[in-house]
Design a protein around this ligand. Sequence first.
Ligand code: GLN
Length: 546
Amino acid sequence: MANVKYIFVTGGVTSSLGKGIISSSLAKLLQARGYSVTIQKLDPYINVDPGTLNPYEHGECFVTEDGAETDLDLGHYERFLNVNCSQANNVTTGRIYQNVISKERKGEYLGHTVQVIPHITDEIKRCVKLLGETGDYEIIITEIGGTVGDIESLPYIEAVRQIEWEMGSDCAVIHLTLIPYLSATGELKTKPTQHSVKALRETGVQPDVLVCRTEKPLTSELRRKLALFCNVKKEAVIESIDVETIYDVPLMMQKEHLDKVVLDKLKLPARQEPELNHWNEFLSKLKNPTSEIRIGLVGKYIELKDAYKSISEALIHAGVSNEANVKISWIHSEKLNADTYQDSLKMLHGILVAPGFGDRGIDGKLYAVKYARENNIPFFGICLGMQCAMIEFAKSKLNLEEAHSTEFIETTRVPIIDLMEEQKKVTSKGGTMRLGAYDCELKKDSLAHKAYGASTISERHRHRYEVNNKYLNEFEKAGLTATGINPESKLVEIIEIKDHPWFVAVQFHPEYKSTVEKPHPLFVHFVKAAIDNRQPIKSKNSVVAV
Ligand code: GLN
């Protein structure tokens, strides 16, 4: 078998240039040419994984099939490639050090001083090569978090230098950089990029390709200048101009021949022109919707939209399936109270109550559930959103005033949501929730069964609390049914309210499995219900047609 090829993506000048999207787009093009590709993210922070981070810090925590809590970029990788990632696709400095220190304690380095070079860099190299050794991929793209020049990125860059030294033409380095536009002089400036490449070269790494994020087109002269000063071929200066949607980026990279330039460097054949029929069809529907709906996304982290990245992307995918433009109204759960909730929610065609941890904003979420339930607005609850749906129903329909989750009121006398049995002895926080894929059996004639078109499904989880089955009978009698159950543990995974057009809530996270190729069936049916249930929206003075 031919050697596995490694592509490294580094970032320069500033963060947030979109390394994840560039990596995903390149991977998409290579996949569309017939290569098997995966993408890995190396994160230079000391947390062992992002599971213990507040979403305000790094956005959403993405969960893989095997239950790894990972960086949100892995969500982009899966959405673009429609290929699952695993724990091996996301490694942090914390994990690298944890591995090295545990080897040291076992005596694996007996007699030696354990140091950043070679021990930490060797561990980084081992983690990079792990995916190559599975035999599943011809090309591994490794995105290095942070910005070149950061102290904490240094061991990673050194590992890249060593891998390149060992592998030569089996390796390519792409540097993503910013070309700022100075409106005062009307010019694009190359100096920050020159400095960033200089910093990279000082560590012994010469980029092969520059991907230049820019607001204005790069002229031929500017490309020549960048090539000359940064020591790359002119055709390897790739323009990445701002576009309407992230789903445009693969096509933009194709126009710039990023895939060809990289294949040339890796001495790989082009195989075929990228087959992107489905992708193009998706984009064309995305840009030409035939209707528009407004979905309220109720959460407490909405100041940072990245905290709900997979949900907002899943809504885009579902919109495309329904040929509808899904507009998201971001609703802060802390702002919903008895006085405000009706006014804040009345312009919506569908309400989604988001996942979350801790009691901040819970009352607002209960008001959102109540509004959707009483006004027949299609409702989709995810994880904490499902738990809130049950609490609200218990309080309003079962006369269980004190019903709550023990996460919020530990001593409640009506614990309809309670800590899972196996969680009661858990004391440490990292990686200890119910995580990853579990099976779920669906009741015939349920909305879920209709959406999935299957009797057994598998979905990803991330929670510690569960529905207390002791109260299930009471719920069922009042019209709230458990329509999805885990076959082994009997945990409730899906609930529905019968006398409502579309009220579905799930304990798992369907958003993690929605991709461009396979939009998630529950999101698709939720959006469809919102379209079907569109009623004239009541505004203060008149009735607004939709
Ligand atoms: N905090 C809740 C639990 O741990 C819900 C978690 C979530 O929404 N992901 O069960």
